[in-house]
Design a protein around this ligand. Structure first.
Ligand SMILES: *[C@@H]1O[C@H](CO)[C@@H](O)[C@H](O)[C@H]1NC(C)=O
Ligand SMILES: *[C@@H]1O[C@H](CO)[C@@H](O)[C@H](O)[C@H]1NC(C)=O
Ligand SMILES: *[C@@H]1O[C@H](CO)[C@@H](O)[C@H](O)[C@H]1NC(C)=O
Length: 302
């Protein structure tokens, strides 16, 4: 090889390295631009859920759902979840804040879904938290879950047992969610066990809407929109995953220490944070509700 050629070669190598470095800087800046919409800085473009949560990710969180032993095998899938979420993304569902906050909200929401639909057990294959979306409705309910209601009266003979991804129980809840989604769920509660898009929509509606007057929605809690009052903090009620448990089922699971169902929800949450690449260290404070005053008991109802 003559000198000129050697010189040219080394120049090309250097140019290659420089181009590579420039490329890396551009890519990482573009990434930071998308992922890093920190306080104050305005984000030009919000990511949709599908942009950071793929069908493979869905399978990673719910790997056992299509096994023959799963009661809802073949029913739940990523496509229906994304279809359902599209209705709520403009309202901020998993599109609020930076990518970390988006993933934390998604982990929290799906942790409740998994807890409520799991058929896993402590030594189940792939671990106890791999069995979410095993069910789509309550098997052998022992009641019609009908309570007299002027607003949402029961249709005679129809059962309002638990159905869906974050199961809806009782006529008045079917009525409320159906009203919001503009579906006549009072006559057709069964749709939540036959239409996976609708079932996910009902679950996300439950997450996005305040369940009761003067209470925040789970969404507002996980995105930091809800600020506790002095009275709340006097009752050990702080923002965190634990507050979402209190909203959804506090009467049963909160306020009496280490409730096993509460712990199962928290464990799913931590596991999902890990699987989504957020890490359990970013779970935030107050993941449990064992010390919180129960927000609501059925006896409070007027
Ligand atoms: C878009 O992202 C910004 C910045 O993270 C956030 O404040 C805003 O709430 C997001 N938009 C919606 C509709 O949630
Ligand atoms: C299932 O529900 C979705 C969302 O409400 C609706 O758009 C779709 O038409 C329903 N599918 C069937 C087969 O009824
Ligand atoms: C204070 O908080 C408790 C527990 O959440 C609630 O039951 C009570 O109604 C609250 N009181 C006031 C005045 O808001």
């Amino acid at each position: 090889m003559n000198l000129t050629l050697a010189f040219l070669c080394s120049m090309m190598k250097i140019t290659g390295v420089i181009l590579l470095l420039v490329g890396l800087v551009l890519v990482s800046r573009a990434w930071a631009f998308n992922a890093n919409c920190k306080e104050g800085k305005k984000c030009e473009r919000n990511m949709t859920i599908a942009q950071f949560f793929s069908a493979e990710d869905f399978d990673t969180l719910f790997p056992q759902r299509n096994l023959p032993v799963a009661h809802a095998a073949g029913f739940w899938n990523h496509y229906d979840f994304i279809q359902a979420a599209a209705m709520f993304e403009p309202l901020g569902f998993c599109t609020t804040g930076d990518l970390m906050m988006q993933k934390i909200e998604l982990a929290a929401f799906l942790a409740h879904v998994a807890h409520e639909t799991t058929c896993g057990w402590s030594v189940a294959p792939k671990g106890p938290f791999a069995w979410g979306l095993c069910y789509k409705e309550e098997l052998s309910p022992d009641s019609l879950y009908c309570e007299s209601s002027d607003e949402y009266p029961c249709v005679p003979g129809i059962s309002y047992h638990g159905r869906g991804a974050m199961p809806v129980y009782w006529n008045y809840n079917y009525g409320k969610v159906g009203n919001y989604l503009k579906k006549d769920l009072l006559h057709r509660p069964d749709w939540l066990a036959t239409n996976a898009t609708l079932a996910f929509q009902a679950a996300i509606a439950t997450w996005m809407l305040p369940m009761r007057p003067k209470q925040p929605s789970c969404h507002d809690v996980m995105t930091g929109k809800w600020v506790p009052t002095k009275n709340d903090t006097l009752n050990s009620i702080y923002p965190g995953f634990g507050m979402t448990i209190n909203i959804l089922n506090g009467f049963v699971e909160c306020g009496h220490g280490d409730d096993i169902r509460m712990i199962d929800r928290v464990s799913h949450y931590l596991e999902f944070l890990e699987l989504l690449g957020v890490g359990r260290d970013n779970a935030g404070p107050y993941t449990g509700c064992g010390l919180q005053k129960v927000l609501y008991t059925p006896f409070d109802k007027s």
